[in-house]
Design a protein around this ligand. Structure first.
Ligand code: 4AD
Ligand code: MG
Length: 477
């Protein structure tokens, strides 16, 4: 007797005697056909029982959601819809599932309902396909960097610095919230806290990654990051995973080349290795699009969109050029944008990014050389004195996928910038040390992992591409 997964059995081209398979019942039809799924593949294996040979009480327990084990012979299927099936000889109920209360019925459920049942939603085709793709993308990312000479680095999750200078962080503290120690001024005295200072969950591993790039050369982090911004959108999470490569002696052009090659490579990996799930998700998206008005439907299918990104160059456009395009665009002139672009220096909103990517260029766009005052302190100042060597990569349907930059490697320029922004030199003494001892040109970027998973699955809400989403007012499970 050999135990096999459903995926193994379905890829078998010979028939087998006495195989065992375990999984969860999707449906049980005509007291005879069990559709069994074990998560190893999108497909179910059909298990055929001759009900005359089994106790009626036993067969009654074969309900949707029940965990069962079957043993039997793998044979060519008599029926349509599958090429092989299991002729069941033994059947064991491992775990019952009350059909009256089991939430995942064999019918279409809304994504809202499935979010409320996120602990069971991977028992559906859509969510099992999404999560298999997520896993595959994660593997492809590690594979890409490993094969290209990068070292994986684990940056701290609890941090005393605010890398993005955004000040939207989650505090980490063991002080008694009812009765915290106070200092002379009446403020909370964090020197009595666990770490002896104010600490938060990290918003980015970049600053620490920079220290390792300046010794190991090429490194990357792939870890959870946390942002307490109260933006309840379909593209923001309070806890998300970020991939951050950082490379010594690489300038912004090298950074763009790396990001583009990397994105193409990981998307190509899943196009080659996850065909079954992608084809299913493509069809799902197509069905969903049919419910929308024609004008809002996408011109390309899911796989076409991914192929398009893999096969075409990203368009590289400076912020200044982008502002000119936006200023002269129809929605700007007709005041269709919520935020009208009047002058150079304006921060781009997602409506502007989407216009550039989806309407104007119709391909991924790398915007670079942004105004210094709308970007983080660590970005390298250009010779013009007003722009920095920043880049954002914008994707159709997603908006900002990647944010990165060449870093300011000149000590005097960096210190001046920190002073102007009131960023403590004392706190970032180690970051400044990098500019004192063997400083060099270096660059890196951050990719929001869930945004990549959204693009590669065609899911429209970021809450549906992470197992247990953390968003304002929601930390269930
Ligand atoms: O543009 P961001 O803020 O860049 C950084 O954090 C840099 N330190 C990265 C670097 O240069 N090493 O974030 C990077 C990416 C964004 O482009 C976006 O894809 C994603 O992270 N991201 C989010 N994803 C989900 N939910 C949120 N709240 C996100 N905020 C940013
Ligand atoms: Mg950004």
């Amino acid at each position: 007797m050999i135990t096999k997964t459903v995926a193994e059995l379905l890829s078998q081209d010979v028939t087998l005697q006495d195989v065992t398979v375990k999984g969860w019942v999707r449906t049980f039809r005509a007291n005879r056909f069990i559709a069994l799924n074990d998560g190893s593949t999108l497909n179910n294996i059909q298990c055929v029982v001759d009900f005359e040979n089994f106790e009626e009480s036993e067969l009654k327990r074969v309900t949707t959601g029940a965990a069962i084990q079957v043993n039997g012979d793998l044979v060519e299927s008599q029926g349509k819809g599958q090429s092989i099936e299991i002729q069941v000889k033994e059947l064991a109920i491992l775990g019952d599932s009350d059909p009256e209360t089991y939430p995942i019925q064999p019918k279409k459920h809304s994504f809202e309902f499935l979010r409320e049942n996120a602990h069971l939603r991977t028992r559906t085709n859509t969510f099992s396909a999404v999560m298999r793709l997520r896993s595959s993308l994660s593997f492809a990312i590690h594979k890409y960097f490993t094969e290209n000479g990068f070292y994986n680095m684990h940056t701290p999750i609890v941090t005393g610095s605010d890398a993005e200078g955004a000040g939207e962080m989650f505090r980490v503290s063991t002080l008694d919230p009812k009765n915290p120690p106070l200092n002379d001024k009446g403020d909370v005295n964090y020197s009595e806290d666990f770490f002896g200072k104010e600490t938060n969950l990290t918003v980015s591993g970049q600053l620490e990654a920079e220290t390792y790039a300046m010794s190991l050369g090429k490194v990357y982090t792939f870890g959870p990051t946390f942002r307490a911004e109260n933006s309840n959108t379909s593209r923001h999470l309070a806890e998300f995973w970020m991939i951050e490569p950082e490379v010594a002696f690489m300038d912004l052009t090298g950074n763009m080349d790396l990001a583009e090659d990397f994105l193409k490579s990981v998307l190509n990996y899943v196009l080659e290795h996850n065909k079954e799930d992608l084809t299913f998700l493509e069809k799902r998206l197509l069905d969903e699009e049919k419910t929308k008005p024609q004008a809002e439907r996408s011109e390309m299918s899911l796989i076409e969109k991914m192929r398009f990104v893999v096969d075409n160059n990203f368009k590289r456009v400076s912020y200044t050029e982008a502002i000119d395009i936006l200023r002269n665009s129809k929605p700007n002139k007709k005041k269709k944008f919520k935020y009208i672009i009047n002058e150079w220096g304006a921060d781009l909103q997602s409506e502007h990014e989407r216009f550039l990517v989806e309407k104007h260029f119709k391909c991924p766009v790398i915007l670079f050389d942004y105004p210094a005052n709308i970007k983080a302190f660590y970005m390298r100042l250009n010779e013009d004195g007003k722009t920095v060597r920043a880049m954002d990569i914008l994707f159709p349907g997603i908006g900002e996928m990647v944010g990165g930059s060449q870093r300011e490697e000149r000590l005097d320029v960096l210190v001046e910038k920190m002073k102007a922004l009131d960023i403590s030199e004392e706190e970032l003494w180690w970051y400044l040390d990098l500019r004192k001892y063997g400083t060099a040109v270096h660059s890196g970027f951050g990719l929001g992992f869930e945004r990549l998973v959204m693009f590669a699955t065609g899911m429209n809400n970021i809450r549906d591409v992470i197992p247990y989403p953390r968003t304002p007012q929601n930390a269930e499970f």
